[in-house]
Write a protein that binds this ligand. Structure first.
Ligand SMILES: Cc1cc2nc3c(=O)[nH]c(=O)nc-3n(C[C@H](O)[C@H](O)[C@H](O)COP(=O)(O)OP(=O)(O)OC[C@H]3O[C@@H](n4cnc5c(N)ncnc54)[C@H](O)[C@@H]3O)c2cc1C
Length: 393
């Protein structure tokens, strides 16, 4: 897959920024010594993304929520380049620190992006703009202690209407950015008609609280916690899109989340492959580089096949002007998440004892990659989704 001159320039610019700015901070982020959120705001500004966000919100179209598929057809080249830049940013961040991407993707994409796409003019200005500029930290709250894979069917968090407010009770768990969140996009069941609706809550709303950060296997710089709602009073104006949000909107969000996860899987695999290939050429055992041994070559060749296939899927999808179907999003997510864990594990085999040490990075990338197989729908849920779609025709 050949990148154009402009695409190469975008990639090089992001890569050098992440190498010079994100990499040196990663240890402090992982240990919890430094929070990721001030840097997130700085990165958005340094890369000029805040200007792009302001342009988007100030444009004539900003008053009406538009889905990707509803955008005007003019300026396709610019749109294609913007889509490429967005995907390449996820790749370059994830090559260095997938945990940072986890927090960034949820705050700016799942929380901010969903409000920008589905919210009312008031909600976009008050919530989406500061979220997408990194001035506020956002959370996307669907999972509950008893409602994981069956998020809708088993959802217990409830709202009831009381005059000019809704009142919410319940709890969510495994919420990315929960401990630091300013704005929470929360899905709850409306007691009146049993429908699931999305609400925008602020940290300051009385009755909203968050738990302590969970201790996790990976993605350690991305804080995760429970979120509790104890008779939280929510103004009517904070129902997402004025009440027009529905399950279809969540399904579209999930498809986008799955594509983001797929890109992360590719990025982790690509970085781990490069680290392992370079190490194999340097490391000598028995008087020669381990890359000379065919058993090591076998691992490297198979890792390359995974990375090359992943690259074709990622760039092929980014190039497409069509929104990805739920079937293809699930298929990409399942495959690329597995590529991420598989190639990262292979890299540890090649580096052996050194691969097990933090200094060589592949152990962290492998731990981080594991979440990609669980979040945004587990492997089993992707298989069920794929099977449902292929058998429906
Ligand atoms: C670090 C981290 C961050 C997260 N961030 C967020 C977030 O920001 N917002 C949010 O809403 N959620 C978040 N999640 C939650 C995540 O999306 C869920 O963990 C995931 O959806 C699975 O739910 P569960 O863990 O309850 O597993 P369960 O649903 O209990 O699944 C347990 C096992 O049963 C299998 N299973 C379940 N149902 C079926 C079935 N019908 N057929 C076959 N097998 C089945 C599953 O595949 C799995 O193997 C996060 C999770 C983690 C770990």
């Amino acid at each position: 897959m050949q990148l154009t001159e402009t695409q190469n320039a975008i990639r090089d610019m992001y890569r050098s920024y992440m190498t010079n700015e994100l990499e040196p901070r990663t240890e402090a982020f992982e240990s919890g010594e430094e929070s990721v959120f001030p840097f997130m705001k700085k990165m958005i500004k340094d890369l000029g993304l805040d200007v792009a966000v302001d342009q988007m919100f100030n444009s004539d179209d900003s008053s009406s929520a538009k889905d990707e598929s509803e955008k005007p057809t003019g300026g396709e080249d610019m749109k294609a380049l913007a889509d490429f830049a967005q995907a390449q940013l996820i790749i370059e961040v994830s090559r260095i620190n997938p945990g940072f991407q986890q927090s960034f993707g949820v705050s700016v994409g799942l929380c901010g992006g969903n409000i920008a796409m589905r919210g009312t003019a008031f909600q976009k200005e008050k919530y989406a703009r500061p979220l997408m500029k990194g001035e506020k930290v956002g959370c996307w709250c669907l999972t509950e202690p008893g409602a994981g894979s069956d998020a809708f069917g088993s959802m217990k968090s409830k709202v009831r209407r009381e005059g000019d407010h809704y009142v919410m009770n319940g709890s969510k768990t495994f919420i990315t950015n929960g401990p630091d969140g300013d704005i929470f996009l929360v899905y709850a069941r409306n007691e009146e008609d049993n429908s699931i609706q999305a609400f925008i809550l602020e940290r300051e709303f009385e009755g909203l609280s968050t738990g302590k950060p969970f201790k996790k296997m990976g993605m350690r710089c991305s804080p995760t916690s429970e979120v509790f709602f104890d008779n939280v009073r929510i103004p009517l104006e904070n129902i997402l899109g004025g009440g027009n949000s529905d399950r279809d909107h969540v399904r579209k969000s999930l498809s986008r989340e799955r594509m983001g996860i797929s890109i992360m899987g590719y990025a982790i695999a690509e970085r781990c492959f490069e680290i392992a290939r370079d190490y194999a050429k340097e490391r000598e055992q028995g008087g020669q580089p381990i890359a000379n041994y065919q058993l090591i070559q076998n691992r490297l060749a198979r890792m390359y096949i995974d990375v090359a296939n992943a690259r074709r899927i990622v760039y092929g999808t980014v190039d497409s002007s069509q929104e990805l179907s739920a079937l293809d999003a699930s298929a990409a997510k399942l495959y690329l998440a597995e590529v991420g864990t598989r190639v990262a594990t292979e890299a540890i085999h090649i580096l052996a004892g050194y691969g097990y040490m933090e200094e060589y990075k592949v152990e962290r990338l492998m731990r981080d990659a594991m979440l990609l197989e669980l979040g945004g729908g587990t492997t089993e849920i992707q298989i069920l989704t794929i099977a449902r779609h292929i058998l429906a025709t």
